[in-house]
Write a protein that binds this ligand. Structure first.
Ligand SMILES: [Zn+2]
Length: 200
């Protein structure tokens, strides 16, 4: 049992080994920071949390408390057990990458969630075999009645959190999204850090 608070540094990635039955609490410390989240089977990194497989299981585009996310082998990997953030998350947008920022007109290198995933995993001596579509915690991508989408600021508040229970031994990885071209990490301030705890 530990209540140690771990930091996901602003614009950076972080990964952590989590045992089956433990709960990961992802804290939106400053209130409007998107946290891209991945989970890999600790015994086989080729099995990972999959948004497309999970949506077919939970029958919605945004998971709520009680919903269990599935892997690409359709096995339970993470269950939403608590959510104080307002319940707005995203399962449809790919992780940002160098190509995305080039498309948005950025010249030169820009921090991105794809590189952050690899850097976070590398700190544990691991290599993600691919970059799965992430569970974008706190990310606000409304789907409108005409089925168009837009990038909006989070609705979450400072200190709000999501608690996820591990359904298998896994490696969880986070990226405090460095997107500062679009308003998805709030407006009027640069992207911020976030925090997490692992308990149980
Ligand atoms: Zn990102």
């Amino acid at each position: 049992m530990t209540d140690e608070i771990h930091t996901i540094p602003a614009r950076r990635g972080k990964a952590h080994r989590v045992a089956k039955g433990q709960t990961v609490r992802v804290i939106n410390t400053h209130g409007d920071q998107v946290v891209d989240t991945w989970a890999f089977n600790a015994a086989d990194l080729h099995e990972f949390m999959s948004m497309e497989h999970s949506r077919a299981h939970i029958m919605k585009i945004i998971p709520v408390v009680g919903d269990t996310m599935l892997t690409n082998k359709r096995r339970p990997i993470l269950t939403f057990v608590e959510d104080t953030s307002g319940g707005i998350h995203d399962t449809i947008i790919a992780a940002c990458d160098c190509h995305r920022y080039k498309f948005l007109g950025v010249e030169g290198y820009h921090d991105n969630c794809t590189d952050n995933l690899h850097a976070g995993m590398a700190e544990l001596g691991l290599q993600a075999p691919e970059v799965p579509s992430p569970l974008n915690l706190f990310m606000n991508i409304p789907v409108k009645p005409d089925r168009t989408i837009s990038f909006e600021a989070p609705v979450s508040t400072p200190g709000s959190y999501v608690a996820l229970k591990a359904e298998m031994d896994l490696v969880i990885a986070f990226s405090a999204c460095p997107q500062d071209i679009l308003p998805i990490n709030g407006v009027g301030h640069p992207p911020t850090e976030a925090h997490y705890t692992v308990t149980g």
